[in-house]
Design a protein around this ligand. Structure first.
Ligand SMILES: Nc1nc2c(ncn2[C@@H]2O[C@H](COP(=O)(O)OP(=O)(O)OP(=O)(O)O)[C@@H](O)[C@H]2O)c(=O)[nH]1
Length: 319
């Protein structure tokens, strides 16, 4: 921008330096990426659940600070693709990696490094330009000896693959330990520049997608094994109810829970519809908290046969 521009070396940050950029967290399913995103942003935007691979959509949380804006891109877990959906998820991950300013590799403190971690680390090693921070998550679950061993193993893993971690940081998102420190370490790795999003904006994910994710999360709760991958949720409509006084608004939400086989219907709906009702109550509360308005939630279960393998269905369901 012309001859008047002044450069400040990044090793001597001036007070006026403002940085803005993108970071993404990668790691095996259940490594704690979504929980960490939420802890950094301070409001629930990404989705957590006990089951792996619940984060299908790239949800961005934005950390606003006086000195920086850190935009977090939450990706699904990279994994061995078995279906068309699996392949598309991996493509999303790689595209994200190539675009961000810094990658945070999440490794749970309470699990030994395994082939899954090595698989991801190898892929990371091939992305030379982007700085990589190793984040040891869930440190509240281990003692200091186990944590020290994990830190050494992670350092070693980088060396084996021929790169240095920009940092190795232990955190506990649940106990809010070292989460601010992580932000402090991520910020200097962002390019200098003005804020990219208006202040106060937490995510640019369309509300309908976030609502669908909350319903999906509730529908997955307590459902084990193969079912997580068989559920997709689509919000068909979100409309303010007409004829409501201004001080008592109501938002009508109509959503479909898609399953793959008729035999799965019973699991989702439960005896006399009890389970679906609970899913509705639970997700409605979360949606109300997210949107800040009372909600009437209308849920229907539909069978979309083998949707994971069918490109047409995948497109319809937003993949
Ligand atoms: N004790 C403890 N548990 C945690 C912590 N962070 C995450 N968890 C738990 O670990 C599980 C997985 O966390 P998520 O944040 O959903 O993991 P993820 O990496 O986003 O998972 P995917 O979306 O499947 O890729 C959840 O049950 C979390 O409650 C932590 O700091 N401490």
């Amino acid at each position: 921008m012309g001859a008047m521009s002044v450069r400040t070396p990044s090793s001597e940050p001036s007070e006026a330096t403002h940085r803005a950029g993108f970071a993404c967290f990668v790691g095996r399913p259940n490594a704690g990426k979504s929980t960490l995103t939420n802890a950094l942003v301070g409001k629930k935007v990404a989705i957590t659940a006990d089951q792996p691979q619940t984060t299908r959509h790239t949800v961005r949380g934005i950390v606003h600070r006086p000195d920086a804006q850190l935009i977090l891109v939450d990706t699904p877990g990279l994994h061995k693709p078995r279906t068309l959906l699996g392949e598309r998820l991996n493509d999303v991950v790689r595209t994200t990696w190539a675009e961000v300013d810094v990658i945070g590799f999440c490794l749970p403190a309470n699990e030994k490094l395994g082939p899954g971690d090595r698989f991801i680390a190898k892929e990371l090693a091939s992305i030379k330009k982007t700085p990589k921070i190793a984040i040891v998550t869930k440190t509240d679950l281990v003692d200091s000896k186990a944590l020290a061993e994990q830190l050494i193993a992670i350092d070693q893993l980088g060396k084996e693959l021929g790169f240095e971690w920009a940092e190795i940081v232990p955190v506990s998102a649940v106990r809010d330990k070292q989460v601010d420190l992580l932000a402090d370490l991520l910020v200097p790795l962002l390019p200098e520049g003005p804020a990219l999003y208006p202040d106060g904006e937490l995510t640019d994910e369309p509300e309908q997608v976030m609502v669908a994710e909350l319903i999906r999360e509730a529908a997955l709760e307590g459902v084990r094994d193969e079912l997580p991958h068989s559920i997709a949720v689509v919000v068909e409509e979100m409309l303010p109810r007409e004829d409501r006084p201004a001080d008592r608004p109501l938002l009508d939400i109509h959503a479909f829970v898609y399953i793959e086989r008729p035999s799965q219907k019973g699991i989702i709906i439960g005896p006399k519809g009890k389970r679906l009702k609970e899913v509705g109550i639970k997700s409605r509360k979360q949606i109300e908290a997210l949107l800040g308005t009372p909600v009437f939630l209308d849920l229907h279960v539909k069978v979309a046969k083998d949707w994971q393998r069918d490109p047409r269905q995948l497109r319809k369901l937003g993949f």
